[in-house]
Structures are given as structure tokens and as C-alpha cells.
Design a protein around this ligand. Structure first.
Ligand code: HEM
Length: 456
């Protein structure tokens, strides 16, 4: 028995539902269409059909890697202009994905991430020093967390310092990356022919790509000329041999992946940290308990890597933030063949299925009637472990899930612990709006930081 997938009516003469989508924040439109049409609907966009899944049941089904596959399309296809078959943007059957995946999984594992703790603390300390000097001036929260994430990634992946906290203007690499990502997003929303009318943008786009690749490649060549036994990601990529093929990563693939880590890791981690502070300031009781945990476990001394495994409440806060405000609020897959979804909705292999976490993370069958409320207690280990399969997917799925998760987790826990240990924060202004680029972040969120009793 098949049930047709609802299709919001489009513009009559084009058959495109483009008028449904707010280009500044497509996520808002996708969510309100889900409120109107339910757990599944299809939009016929100029770039192809998009089927949006919003219930836990449908998301769970689309996470079956035997029947569904990630095909890097939309903005990811554009990003391939800069990083080709790097991990994030590769098709899974491209040989370089397999080699890089097998070489890098251990390099991103818990043991090597622990080894990066001191460098992560170095950069987090720079952020704390900057805020200590701010006095009562409002802090542009997302900008400073973006500096933190970028500097941490560059130091831990390739021993390179952007020194973003010491300069008012951003490093040219950082500037180029920001502009490149915005333009990649714009290109993915334009029909191909329209690009003829954007020659100035195109020129800048390829110049930015050149800046990214030249910088990363210079750092790589420098390391090759001066070998070191540093245990960073670059070292793992230079020395690692793929157990299956016996091959090493090529220089081109190393450069692709160095840039990939910076792209995949900076806005996401910065978004997580920013949303965390927005939620803490909105929920004083949670804030108080979080600071109490930091004071009890760490006290006034220097934070060590062993402290981080003893912060269950902060862990639960991060999980709950990622449930309600996943920085990557949706990810895409394709069915390997035409089929009925949930045994009733006909979909084709040509449909791009979008797993809309901003909705599936609110499914009352998983999270109950208070699903829209911020309650970290529901994410304490004993509850978290009982969540149904695929009930919480902020890091994506399966083999194509986030390789940087332990990296991001350690960095975020450390930063939050250090900031709560040293400061009291108050909201300056935030009206709850989000800004969407490839990821989402709080828009126009400012807070103030007051030193507690002397820095540690
Ligand atoms: C993949 C989320 C941090 C590197 C993904 C995906 C998600 C995600 C949802 C899957 C995307 C898809 O299916 O198309 C996040 C979040 C982060 C975070 C929420 C922070 C809170 C990081 C960091 C790094 C990183 C710090 C690098 C150091 C990657 C890579 C992939 C990936 C390389 C592609 C993996 C593959 O397909 O082989 N991430 N990420 N991410 N992430 Fe993350």
C-alpha cells in the first residue's frame, strides 16, 4: 500500500518550489514546512528533488548504510573545487577516501587526541587571557570561538600558528576560507548557467582556493624538508601506510585533508561552544550546576586531561546542546535504488534525502512531551545509553560520520571548563536568532565576562 510523498505546491509555470525557501536561512523554511506537511515531504528545487525526513522512524531507516549512501552533492560538490576527494567531500568508492579513512581513524582516536591536550590548553588559555583583558566590554562570542577552533585545528593538525588572538585582522588563510565557504554555498543554490553572470565572484573564488592550497602545501613541504617526530595529524598522514592497499597518502591528498579538517572542524566546534553559552545564560540553574561541577572537580588549579573524564554534567550539557542546536542541522543521503520508505512512501534513487536533525531530535516518541526544552539531565550517561538507535545524530552516520568527534569533544569540554573556572558570564544581548552558512550559529550573540578571583 503506497502513500504519496506530500509535495508543497510550487510556482505554477516552473514547477519549482523555490518560493518556499528563504535563501538567508533555508533551515527555518525546511522546519516550518515540516510543521505543515509532516514527517516527509518533497521539494522540487532547481538543483533537483529534495525529500525532507523529520521523524525518528524515517531518519533511523535512512541511516541503514546497506540501503542508503552519501553522495556529496549540493554545497559539498562545490567544496570539492578546493579539497577534491578529501574525507568530507569524497564519494565512498573513491580510492583516496579509503586510504585516508584507514590512515586517519587511529590518528583521531582517543589516545592521540589526549596527546593534543597541552596544545589545546595553550590556545584556550589565549582566549581566556583575551577575555580577561576585555573588562566589561561585550564579547562577540561566535567570532572568538571561531578563532579558538581555527587556531586549535591548525596547531594540532599541522603545527601552524594563526595567532588569531593577537591580531585584529584574521590570517589571510582564514579570510580566504570564510569567503570561499560563503561563495561555495551561493554557487550551490544557483542553476549552472547563472555562473556566467558572476565572473568577478568566480575569479575571487578561485583565488581563495589558491590561497588555501598554497598555504597548506607550504606547511607540508616545510615539514617534509624538516622531518620531525611530532604526533600531529600531518605526521600521521605523512608516515601512515594503509593496511589494505599498502599505499601512503599522496601530497595532494594530504593537502586536501589538511584543509578539510579546518573546514569541517572550525564552524562546527565554534557553533557548539556558542550555543552552549547561549543555553547556559538562558538557564541559570543549569549554569550554576555546571560551574559547581567545575569547582568541585578541578578547583582553582590548572586543568589536566584527567579532569575531563570526570565531568558528567558538562558532558550531558554538550549532548543536549547538540540535540537542540546541532551545528550541522541536517545531512544528506541517497537511496541505492527506488523503494518504499517505511514500507509506504515511494522514493527514487534520484531523490536527495535530507535527514533533518532539527526536527528528528525533537521527536516526542524519543524525547517525550518536553522534547523542545533544554534539560541536560536527560543526557546523563545512564539515560543517554538508553536512547533508541539513531535517536541522536549530530555527528552524522556510520562510515561517513564525523572522524573529528573526540577532537571536538576534548576541545569543547576543556574550553567550557576553563571559562567557567575563571569567569562569571552575563548575557549582553541575544534574541535567539540563528545565522546559517554551511552550519548554524547563534546570530548577534554578545555576553560579558567578569574574572572570578584571579586567573588560573
Ligand atoms: C563529518 C559534525 C567537528 C572532521 C561530519 C558529519 C557531521 C559532522 C554531521 C557528517 C556530514 C555528512 O554526512 O555529510 C561535526 C560536529 C562537530 C564536528 C557537530 C563539532 C561539534 C569536527 C572536527 C573535525 C571534523 C573538529 C576535524 C578535526 C570531519 C570529517 C568528516 C566529518 C573529516 C568527514 C568524514 C568522512 O566522511 O570520512 N562531521 N563535526 N569534524 N567531520 Fe565533523
Amino acid at each position: 500500500e503506497s502513500t504519496p510523498v506530500p509535495e508543497p505546491p510550487g510556482l505554477p509555470f516552473l514547477g519549482w518550489n523555490v518560493s518556499e525557501i528563504d535563501p538567508r536561512c533555508p533551515l527555518k523554511s525546511l522546519k516550518s514546512l515540516a510543521d505543515k506537511y509532516g514527517e516527509i515531504y518533497r521539494l522540487n528545487l532547481p538543483t533537483g528533488p529534495l525529500v525532507v525526513l523529520s521523524s525518528h522512524q524515517l531518519v533511523d531507516e535512512a541511516c541503514d548504510e546497506k540501503r542508503f549512501i552519501k553522495l556529496p552533492d549540493s554545497a559539498l560538490k562545490e567544496i570539492r573545487d578546493a579539497v577534491h576527494d578529501g574525507l568530507f567531500t569524497a564519494f565512498i568508492d573513491e580510492e583516496n577516501w579509503g586510504i585516508a579513512h584507514r590512515v586517519l581513524v587511529p590518528a583521531f582516536g582517543p589516545v592521540s587526541i589526549r596527546g593534543m591536550f597541552d596544545e589545546m590548553r595553550d590556545i584556550a588559555g589565549q582566549l581566556a587571557m583575551k577575555w580577561a583583558r576585555y573588562g566589561n566590554t561585550p564579547i562577540m562570542v561566535t567570532d572568538d570561538f571561531t578563532r579558538l577552533a581555527l587556531d586549535t585545528l591548525a596547531l594540532c593538525s599541522m603545527d601552524y600558528r594563526f595567532n588569531s588572538f593577537y591580531k585584529p585582522e584574521m590570517h589571510p588563510f582564514v579570510e580566504a576560507m570564510g569567503d570561499f565557504l560563503v561563495e561555495a554555498g551561493n554557487r550551490s543554490r544557483r542553476p549552472a548557467v547563472a555562473s556566467w553572470f558572476y565572473s568577478k565572484e568566480n575569479q575571487k573564488y578561485y583565488e581563495d582556493i589558491e590561497t588555501l592550497r598554497k598555504t597548506a602545501d607550504e606547511v607540508l613541504q616545510e615539514r617534509k624538508a624538516n622531518p620531525s617526530d611530532r604526533k600531529d595529524l600531518m605526521g600521521a598522514m605523512l608516515n601512515g601506510v594503509d593496511s589494505r592497499t599498502g599505499k601512503k597518502m599522496t601530497d595532494q591528498s594530504i593537502t586536501d585533508n589538511l584543509i578539510t579538517f579546518l573546514i569541517a572542524g572550525h564552524e562546527t566546534t565554534s557553533g557548539l561552544l556558542s550555543f552552549t553559552f547561549a543555553q547556559l545564560l538562558k538557564h541559570p540553574e543549569v549554569y550554576r550546576k555546571a560551574q559547581e561541577e567545575v569547582d568541585n572537580v578541578i578547583g582553582k588549579g590548572q586543568i589536566t586531561v584527567d579532569h575531563l573524564s570526570k565531568l558528567p554534567y558538562l558532558n550531558a550539557i554538550l549532548r543536549e546542546v547538540l540535540r537542540l542546536d546541532a551545528p550541522i542541522p541536517a545531512f544528506g543521503v541517497h537511496a541505492k535504488e527506488d523503494m518504499l520508505l517505511a514500507g509506504k512512501y515511494p522514493i527514487t534513487a534520484n531523490d536527495r534525502l535530507l535527514l533533518l536533525l532539527s526536527k528528528s531530535h525533537l521527536d516526542p516518541t524519543v524525547y517525550g512531551d518536553d522534547a523542545d526544552q533544554f534539560k541536560p539531565e536527560r543526557m546523563l550517561d545512564e539515560n543517554f545509553e538508553k536512547l533508541p538507535r539513531n535517536g541522536w545524530k549530530p555527528f552524522g552516520n556510520g562510515a561517513r560520520g564525523c572522524i573529528g568527534r573526540p577532537f571536538a569533544w576534548q576541545e569543547a569540554l576543556l574550553a567550557i571548563a576553563m571559562l567557567l573556572q575563571n569567569f562569571n558570564f552575563v548575557m549582553d544581548r541575544y534574541d535567539g536568532d540563528i545565522k546559517q552558512t554551511l552550519t548554524i550559529k547563534p546570530d548577534e550573540f554578545y555576553m560579558r565576562a567578569m574574572l572570578r578571583d584571579g586567573m588560573t
